[in-house]
Ligand binder design. Structure first.
Ligand SMILES: C[C@H](OP(=O)(O)OP(=O)(O)OC[C@H]1O[C@@H](n2cnc3c(=O)[nH]c(N)nc32)[C@H](O)[C@@H]1O)C(=O)O
Length: 395
């Protein structure tokens, strides 16, 4: 690799760059996201129109919802955010696999009787279910193989209410491959023709824990997000990975080489919108993550969540940037220049604050760029195309 560095002026949106990507998405840029699930899914779905080479490094530490039912039953990582990103990036055109997409996206009803749920699950497992019958061979057999492994390992009293079939298949594939997610992620990606790369940040069954600035300890993700339980009352001071309840040091959890390689080839790195700690910073905890980011000389963009993030009580935007930088520097080194870790913060024009921009510039030398990025109809949601065009302009 040469040491030559070039700089250029960016215009938003760069219409030529955007048009070029739209006409040749299979040759589009390798935009890499550190993210959780829901906040980036709509953007990921839109991104398929511009690039088929986006990269998604996703947390598997969630401890709520139907992923947690599987985690408790089978002692495995959380797969819900992985599945939803695979579906967001699936080829939904006529060239894709709509029957498989429908099966992977299907959820058992939340309110059915247990007898009805059992009957429907049996139909699925025996290949009689309408969604299964619609899938042609050999795909159907491949999928049934994963479900049968799940069936062999599941507890007899597993609760199917609201369970995602895609998650059950991921669980079966995880168990069938000596408790590794990568093989089944690869298989599922191929089956629905995913237009990008989706990876678990680490292929291990871990959790996150946190210490708040008021001294409170918070044991798992579910207790931090402010969705299923009351919001945390003080900012998170320290986020860490844990295994079976025991805190792990940074040296005990390494970013796999294959993920380091992806960072090493990225054309742009994005710290995504979503829960700051449980979806973004959690991804930055493994050893080698900060230094892999620092080494790659490409634009590094923070796109903060719209609205208030329940994980950040009392925190300003500059505090949020400080939290990301501190986590990266814990690995890349305290002296690592800010410019190697974050180049720019984008925000919606309506949330732009002059004082905050000045603080960010003074403390970290990072520009805050206001752009019209939110949806006209919903100020708490990004407009996927506007975000894609902004990122493409920078890539
Ligand atoms: C439990 C769940 O986790 P997860 O699905 O991983 O959620 P995320 O961390 O990805 O995001 C949830 C969080 O993000 C906020 N947000 C901000 N901007 C957007 C946006 O443009 N679209 C969208 N769907 N969400 C956005 C949102 O208000 C949530 O607070 C979880 O934490 O919910």
């Amino acid at each position: 690799m040469s040491d030559l560095q070039i700089t250029r002026n960016v215009v938003f949106p760069d219409t030529l760059r955007v048009a070029r990507a739209r006409s040749l998405p299979n040759l589009g840029p390798r935009i890499l996201f550190f993210s959780g699930g829901s906040a980036l899914n709509e953007i990921a779905r839109a991104l398929k129109l511009y690039t088929h080479n986006s990269i998604h490094l996703i947390t598997t530490f969630d401890s709520g919802g139907s992923s947690q039912v599987l985690r408790e039953a089978l002692q495995m990582p959380a797969v819900g955010d992985l599945r939803s990103r695979l579906m967001a990036l699936a080829d939904e055109s006529i060239l894709g696999q709509p029957d498989i997409f429908r099966l992977f996206s299907y959820r058992f009803p939340k309110t059915a009787t247990s007898a009805d749920l059992s009957a429907e699950y049996d139909d699925l497992m025996e290949g009689r279910h309408r969604l299964m019958k619609a899938i042609s061979q050999p795909m159907r057999s491949l999928i049934l193989t994963q479900i049968k492994v799940f069936e062999a390992e599941r507890p007899a009293d597993f609760d199917f209410a609201g369970a995602s079939v895609g998650n059950l298949i991921l669980a079966g594939g995880y168990l069938a491959n000596d408790r590794a997610l990568e093989p089944v992620l690869f298989l599922m990606s191929k089956m629905v023709a995913v237009q990008g790369t989706v990876r678990a940040i680490v292929d291990r069954n871990l959790d996150i824990g946190a210490k708040l600035s008021d001294g409170t300890n918070v044991a798992t993700q579910r207790l931090m997000t402010g969705k299923e339980v009351a919001r945390i009352k003080a900012p998170i001071r320290d986020l860490y990975l844990s295994e079976e309840g025991a805190r792990l040091s940074r040296d005990e959890v390494s970013l796999p080489k294959r993920n380091r390689k992806l960072i090493g080839h990225a054309d742009l790195i994005c710290y995504s919108p979503g829960s700051l700690y449980t979806s973004v910073i959690a991804n930055l905890l493994p050893k080698y993550t900060g230094r892999s980011v620092a080494r790659r000389q490409v634009p590094k963009v923070y796109l903060p969540s719209l609205g208030t993030d329940p994980e950040c009580p009392g925190m300003t935007l500059t505090d949020q940037v400080a939290a990301i930088l501190a986590t990266l520097r814990a690995d890349a080194g305290a002296e690592c220049p800010v410019a190697d870790l974050m180049s720019v913060v984008l925000c919606d024009t309506d949330s732009f604050d002059n004082d905050e921009a000045a603080r960010l510039e003074t403390r970290f030398g990072i520009p805050l760029i206001p752009l019209p990025l939110k949806q006209d109809a919903d100020p708490l949601r990004y407009d996927p195309d506007r975000v894609c065009e902004a990122l493409l302009s920078l890539s």
